[in-house]
Design a protein around this ligand. Structure first.
Ligand code: GAR
Length: 225
């Protein structure tokens, strides 16, 4: 799918918590490194700090408490209504801790992105950083992907790798990963805005991607080997 955009990409951002990824998207829009506009921020949690961040930047916000809906489909139908009202081009899940139903996915085919704090397909689910830490991997990272009907399963757009250091705690690792989330999410959205992402089956082709093929990472370092 190639979308040529002349106007800034219209985003609907869905959050549940702190909203630091939302903040990095806002910051990149304000720096003009991301040619997009946030039309609406929606939270399923009325206490989400991200709502305050959004309001501070004059963005429209909506709270949609899932506990007020009988079924997941009812909740998703209301979400769709709001997002369609704002004529959004891309749905950005930024720490949105709720599984969306096929009703929602069908309303925005190939137009929903998510960020996950692990190197998918490893450590899916709600505690990506903790699970990677406890497993003892030497590298972890984060992934931006399109959303499909599986959980943390859709075609991968971009990943960032970070080392897990001997003295790391779960928190220090999560912090290292989060810094990278803040870099790759705006980048993925900008690639979409430029019409450079083409999905074929499970694969996302990035047109004119800058790639490096002479790099391998080792942790611990190879020390002369
Ligand atoms: C981020 O680490 C994001 O990757 C994660 O929630 C955090 C939200 O932080 N998302 C998931 O785990 C989804 N499976 P934020 O609210 O500060 O952006």
């Amino acid at each position: 799918m190639v979308i040529k955009m002349t106007e800034p990409l219209k985003l609907g951002v869905l959050i549940s918590g702190s909203g630091s990824n939302l903040q990095s998207i806002i910051d990149n829009i304000e720096k003009d490194t991301l040619k997009a506009v946030i039309k609406i921020v929606i939270s399923n949690n009325k206490h989400a700090l991200g709502l305050e961040r959004a309001q501070k930047h004059g963005l429209s916000v909506a709270v949609l408490q899932h506990e007020h809906f009988k079924t997941r489909e009812d909740f998703d139908t209301e979400l769709i209504r709001i997002l369609k009202d704002y004529e959004i081009d891309l749905v950005v899940l930024a720490g949105f801790m709720r599984i969306l139903t096929p009703v929602f996915l069908r309303a925005f085919p190939q137009k929903i992105m998510n960020i996950h704090p692990a190197l998918l397909p490893s450590f899916r689910g709600t505690h990506g950083q903790k699970n990677a830490y406890e497993y003892g991997v030497k590298f972890s990272g984060c992934t931006v992907h399109f959303v499909n009907e599986g959980v943390d399963d859709g075609p991968i757009i971009i990943q960032s790798v970070v080392p897990v250091l001997q003295n790391d705690t779960e928190e220090s690792l999560a912090c290292r990963i989060l810094k990278e989330e803040h870099r790759i999410y705006p980048r993925a959205i900008q690639l979409f805005a430029e019409g450079r992402l083409k999905i074929t089956g499970r694969k996302v082709q990035v047109n004119n991607a800058e790639e490096i093929d002479e790099i391998a990472l080792h942790n611990p370092a190879l020390a002369g080997f």
